[in-house]
Design a binder for this molecule. Structure first.
Ligand SMILES: Cc1cc2nc3c(=O)[nH]c(=O)nc-3n(C[C@H](O)[C@H](O)[C@H](O)COP(=O)(O)O)c2cc1C
Length: 504
């Protein structure tokens, strides 16, 4: 326990003695925090219980607690982040420092009256449970502002300042220095003259926040497959309802026919390369239909089921998907495909049909131009596949990780598209950036419900493929492990070498 601190239960904590129940053999204390659930502490003698229950009423000096019940320190350790520090130590309760992990600890960092300070570039102020809080992915603590003076102090730190400048009638200089020492200790405030850190400089604010909040260990928010909206909001169906209208029925490929001509996984993996050039003959509608069927058709649906963790409908498609969610949909901006009118289409993965969602040439060219832009303006794409996500399909189940999971799914789908395209002799290329606008307007989507999370170029193979790195023609090429496998696999795909003969 740290000396000279004022301690208090964090907002939302309830605590009660279990002795009143009689059923627990006495000497027990129950401490609960909303959805987090609670702790039942045994063998807590009445004087210690009394001391702890005082923390419900307001900040209490730890020295006072220790005087009344010397073993309280041990119980406080077990309560971990349910007990927070109130600042300043005069008991005025301007700020509260909430640990966000059980083991978080810090030492205040002395800040002189004229030391230049500011909020960390990674700190952010937001309303949480009706209070202004400051948090940062770098900090294992949240600081809660409890008074107007504390709120003004936090806002004043947005610009480089000093304790002297921040001091005022409500917060004399001594108190400001104390508060700053704690804010600096928990890495929410930094010296403005601190040397630049090249590792931190390469983290963007939103990337570090997203990284820290989509994994456990550095925050205290609820996390994972908790079904936070079960009972209050209906889950979305496994398959996005198709737009109205008949749509265009696509030819259905034949399993035996594909199996007879398809290369093995080794060949598809090794021959795979990103291709941004296209052949004089466009890919045909039948090829597009086969590609979509092999990558993204719905093989079936199941559920909801009671009692086995599937209180929503699941589906199965050729690619693996967390929670059998299949929140991703495919839209095709088609410019050149034999047998198919140019247009922007939605692929119905259950009926295996295309639905025209936008026939405007301008919009088609806009999406094609944006796709090309991601290749540095190099590609003149035949087809741009836009992958959208129905976000609420995931967030109905997954708390805090829904967006991270959808991006993982995009990666799985990219590789599936790469492999199927390679096996079929098509030109694939994943893209790393894309738009929310104008793509949402062009696809007719409300971006908060469903919007683009990935883009992929597809077309016919050019007569001569651009040399891939693994072919070793670049002057700076440094061979690694068996790069000739890729060369061999491509020759087999082109029919220049017999794969069986190679194996023999
Ligand atoms: C997630 C992801 C994003 C990509 N983004 C782009 C991109 O924006 N523009 C581009 O021309 N290629 C992009 N690519 C293709 C990569 O440049 C390519 O995969 C990499 O250089 C390796 O070459 P290879 O695919 O031919 O083996 C991307 C690939 C992936 C998987």
């Amino acid at each position: 326990m740290i000396a000279d601190r004022y301690l208090v239960f964090r907002d939302g904590v309830a605590a009660r003695s279990l002795d009143e129940d009689g059923g627990d053999g006495g000497n027990g204390l129950e401490v609960t925090l909303g959805d987090w659930g609670g702790l039942r502490l045994r063998n807590v003698r009445p004087a210690v219980q009394e001391a702890l229950l005082r923390l419900l009423k307001g900040p209490t000096s730890d020295q006072e607690l220790l005087r009344d019940a010397p073993e309280v320190g041990h119980v406080l350790t077990r309560l971990g982040h349910l007990v927070v520090t109130s600042l300043p130590a005069a008991g005025l309760d301007h700020l509260r420092v909430e640990p966000r992990t059980r083991d978080a600890a810090y030492t205040p960092t002395a800040i002189g009256p004229r030391t230049p300070v500011r909020l960390s570039r990674f700190a952010y102020l937001r309303a949480r449970d009706g209070r202004l809080v400051v948090e940062s992915p770098l900090s294992l603590f949240r600081v809660v502002a409890r008074t107007p003076a504390a709120r003004a102090l936090l806002c004043g730190l947005a610009e480089e300042t000093t304790a002297v400048e921040l001091a005022g009638p409500d917060l004399p200089i001594g108190l400001v220095e104390e508060l700053l020492a704690h804010l600096a200790g928990v890495e929410l405030v930094e010296r403005a003259d601190a040397p630049d850190d090249p590792v931190l400089r390469q983290w963007e604010f939103h990337d570090l926040l997203f990284h820290s909040r989509s994994r456990t260990g550095r925050h205290d928010e609820l996390f994972g497959g908790r079904f936070p909206h079960r009972g209050s909001i209906e889950p979305l169906p496994a398959v996005r309802p198709a737009p109205e209208g008949e749509g265009l029925a696509l030819p259905r490929p034949d399993f035996e026919e594909i199996a007879a001509r398809d290369p093995g996984l080794l060949i598809a993996m090794e021959a795979r390369q990103s291709v941004r050039d296209y052949g004089p003959r466009p890919m045909a509608l039948g090829e597009l239909a086969e590609f979509l069927y092999r990558v993204h058709r719905v093989r079936g649906r199941y559920g909801p089921r009671t009692g086995d963790g599937m209180p929503y409908e699941g589906a199965t498609l050729p690619w693996p998907c967390g929670g059998a969610s299949y929140e991703l949909s495919l839209y095709l901006t088609v410019r050149r495909c034999e047998g198919l009118e140019p247009g922007i289409y939605y692929y119905d993965p259950e009926a295996h049909r295309l639905h025209l969602v936008n026939a405007a040439e301008d919009d088609r060219e806009t999406l094609a131009r944006l796709g090309s832009l991601s290749t540095g303006g190099y590609a003149d794409p035949d087809i741009v596949v836009t992958i959208t996500s129905r976000f609420q399909r995931l967030s109905w189940k997954y708390q805090s990780i829904a967006y991270a999971v959808t991006l993982k799914h995009v990666g799985v789908l990219y590789q599936t598209m790469y492999l199927v395209a390679t096996a079929m002799g098509l030109a694939p290329c994943g893209l790393g950036s894309g738009s929310l606008e104008p793509s949402s307007r062009i696809l007719g989507l409300d971006w908060l419900r469903e919007s683009a999370v990935g883009e992929f170029l597809l077309g016919s193979l050019p007569e001569r493929l651009p040399p891939a790195e693994a072919e070793g023609r670049a002057p700076d090429w440094r061979p690694g492990n068996d790069p000739e496998w890729a060369v061999k696999a491509k020759a087999i795909l082109r029919g220049e070498i017999d794969g069986q003969a190679t194996a023999g």
